[in-house]
Design a protein around this ligand. Sequence first.
Ligand code: NI
Length: 253
Amino acid sequence: MDKGTVSGIPAWKRGLLVGILGLAAVGAAAGFRGSREEAGGGKVLEADLEETEGSAGKVSEKIREPLEETKKIALTFDDGPHRVYTERLLDGLKERGVKVTFFLLGSNIEGKEEIVKRMSEEGHLIGNHTFYHVDITKLEPEEASAEILDTSRRITDITGQPVEYVRPPFGNWDKELEGDVTMIPIFWTVDTLDWTTGNADQIVQKVVTSVEENDIILMHDSYDSTVQAALRIIDLLQAEGYEFVTADELILE
Ligand code: NI
């Protein structure tokens, strides 16, 4: 595995962190960094807050917020499972105790049943991404239903769990289908476009500079660069107080 991402924070990542914090209010950035770098730094931070209280009470309220709330985000991976990269990703997620969401292609499952089983056993959410990666809105209703139902059946045969969520390829979902197939569509708020680049740094940069609370991030576990980027994103954003949850938690809130 990519050991460099596990321990410590290399200089380039510190640069990124400062970049992210720079987007927030300057006071908030200073307070947040201070609170993490000082052991038992709560008191130091409170002192900082008191100082800003008099001249800018509203600023100090903003400083407290990120420390008290958990900021949730969801990583989602489409088009898998992939024989090599999905397992590599699962290894990294397990090390970090992070759960994500996989939207599987029915046509990709055969021969990779063990990987699907592992996803389920390790607490990840598994959704449906159609059988052949089709635009569901361009099919006859029976074909469209078959795309969804055949995929769900393959997944359920392995996991024993019903499949409740679908990520429609291209983001095109036919609401007329909902009565027939009873799936809840899950879209995304950040498209990493990870498939357009083999460069993990680029993917990391794109996510950490644009991410906000409750974001649903779209990635593909079919690339080495995506796996590397996803694990670095987790390390960076966990350090910023983000909690990684499965996508259902964000759409049901
Ligand atoms: Ni896709």
